[in-house]
Design a protein around this ligand. Structure first.
Ligand SMILES: Nc1ncnc2c1ncn2[C@@H]1O[C@H](COP(=O)(O)OP(=O)(O)OP(=O)(O)O)[C@@H](O)[C@H]1O
Ligand SMILES: [Mg+2]
Length: 454
């Protein structure tokens, strides 16, 4: 893709001020983004709060991932053209379906400040939980309000282990009128616009004219997928053909590996998706619909769609706890009640992940990558991060043992919770490890939560 074609509406960079026109007291700001010429005056009225420098400088560039950068750029172009992200109504937080300029959904954006316990969470029920009964609803084992990092971290783990089960998710910044902003934010923005309209010289002093961009997680939208609950119920009545059953089992095991490593505390069957392409004839005009008219010529047989089944692990915002759940609730993995969880891990899964997980240097590399990601948060605390990694290392230790012993997912979740801490003197080390016992101390968690089933 040509770089130029990625520029939203042909936005051009402001030329640097020449000495003759340069005014020392006017801050160096970008031009207001030109509104698309194709929009009529009525449409322009729709975007009074967006404008100059609304896109976050320093964010949304992924030099090592041009296809992801392209998707984000499409989202920005769409917003510039008043195709705004749409809130997902069934969620418990402010989550948004993000569109491209043709109104096609391309991603799911979850702003940090609209997370379940974020300051601007738009759902009143969460406000009630937070203010009236925090002990029953908050997850005391998680660092609050870092769900967007957990979403991106899950994607990182999935990619690094070759699981490819989480739709690609990265941290991005977006601005949209449809996001939940406080009244003060909106009033301030309106005021700035009014000043800019009447006193353009003064208006140029503002760093930003529009609403403030929000930081959050941006996950690619998976087309054709439905909540697992939907397909699981149907597959109970009409089981999959054998070859698809084993394909589903492999995907399921990858979901288990992911959830166990990140210690996901929110894996209900509404938080993973299944896409099932049932065998069918394509709607090509050459494809005849009745048996009598299907000729056996190879070109027409090509119209038969190969059946396939795939899993996508979404909603990973409540993972990476800094301790194992030990107060009221255990936050079990709901997949553990499915029949697939009783089958021992396959040879394929073992061959895929064991070489990684049993390599201490790989695990340290994973921790380092998560450190680079998590430290961008303003509230980042190195000590808490170390605790998160100690839980993760414990999970990896159990998982490695379970895979080697030929256990099933059900047996895996029954193993006692372990924490693997770095021995003093090794914290912060990235050099190669000599031996496990030299570098780490392992201990079991003795306190268990009150309820084990919820
Ligand atoms: N990447 C995706 N691709 C396709 N659909 C998605 C994706 N992410 C979310 N969805 C859809 O949006 C719904 C809500 O998403 P999600 O569960 O992530 O939001 P949420 O606000 O965190 O909800 P909650 O916390 O209540 O579970 C999902 O049930 C799913 O139908
Ligand atoms: Mg959900």
């Amino acid at each position: 893709m040509n770089e130029d074609s990625l520029q939203p509406n042909g936005i051009s960079q402001q030329p640097s001020p020449t000495t003759s026109t340069y005014q020392p007291f006017v801050p160096d700001v970008d031009f207001e983004q030109p509104i698309n010429d194709n929009l009529d005056a009525k449409d322009r009225e729709n975007q009074p709060l967006l404008g100059r420098m609304d896109h976050a400088p320093g964010y949304n560039h992924f030099p090592d991932d041009p296809s992801f950068s392209y998707v984000i750029k499409q989202a920005e172009i769409a917003i510039d053209n008043s195709v705004f992200p749409e809130r997902i109504y069934q969620g418990s937080s402010g989550s948004y379906f993000v569109k491209d300029p043709n109104c096609k959904t391309i991603g799911v954006f979850k702003p940090k400040d609209e997370e379940p316990y974020g300051l601007l969470n738009p759902k009143w029920i969460k406000w009630l939980h937070k203010n009236c009964c925090p002990c029953c609803f908050g997850r005391s084992c998680l660092i609050p309000n870092q769900g967007y990092l957990s979403e991106a971290g899950a994607s990182l783990v999935s990619t690094k282990l070759g699981l490819n089960i989480v739709p690609k998710t990265k941290v991005a910044k977006l601005v949209s009128e449809t996001f939940n902003y406080g009244r003060l934010d909106r009033e301030k923005t309106r005021m700035k616009h009014a000043i800019n309209d009447h006193f353009p010289k003064l208006g140029r002093r503002f760093n930003r004219l529009g609403l403030r961009p929000k930081i959050g997680s941006f996950q690619l939208f998976m087309e054709g997928y439905k909540d697992a609950e939907y397909w699981l119920r149907r597959l109970e009545l009409a089981p999959l053909p054998l070859n698809l059953q084993s394909r589903f089992q492999l995907q399921f095991e990858r979901l288990v590996v992911l959830d166990y490593i990140i210690r996901n505390t929110d894996r209900g069957n509404d938080n993973w998706l299944i896409r099932y392409d049932q065998p069918s004839l394509s709607s090509s005009p050459n494809a005849s619909l009745t048996n009598s008219t299907i000729s056996e010529s190879s070109s027409e047989w090509n119209n038969v769609q190969e059946p396939d089944i795939k899993i996508a692990a979404i909603d990973n915002g409540l993972a990476f706890p800094f301790k194992h759940p030990d107060s009221w609730r255990a936050y079990p993995y709901h997949w553990a009640w499915l029949p697939q969880a009783k089958i021992p891990f396959s040879k394929d899964t073992k061959e895929l992940v064991l070489p990684y997980l049993s390599d201490m240097n790989f695990v340290q590399d994973l921790c380092d990558d998560l450190y680079t990601l998590f430290k961008i948060d303003k509230g980042f605390d190195r000590h808490m991060f170390e605790k998160q990694m100690s839980v993760m290392r414990g999970q990896i230790l159990n998982l490695t043992q379970a895979l080697k012993d030929g256990k099933s997912p059900v047996q895996l979740v029954q193993m006692p919770a372990v924490i693997v801490e770095r021995s003093k003197g090794h914290v912060g080390t990235t050099s190669k490890f000599r031996s496990f016992s030299d570098t780490f101390t392992q201990r079991f968690q003795n306190k268990s939560p009150f309820f084990s089933w919820c």
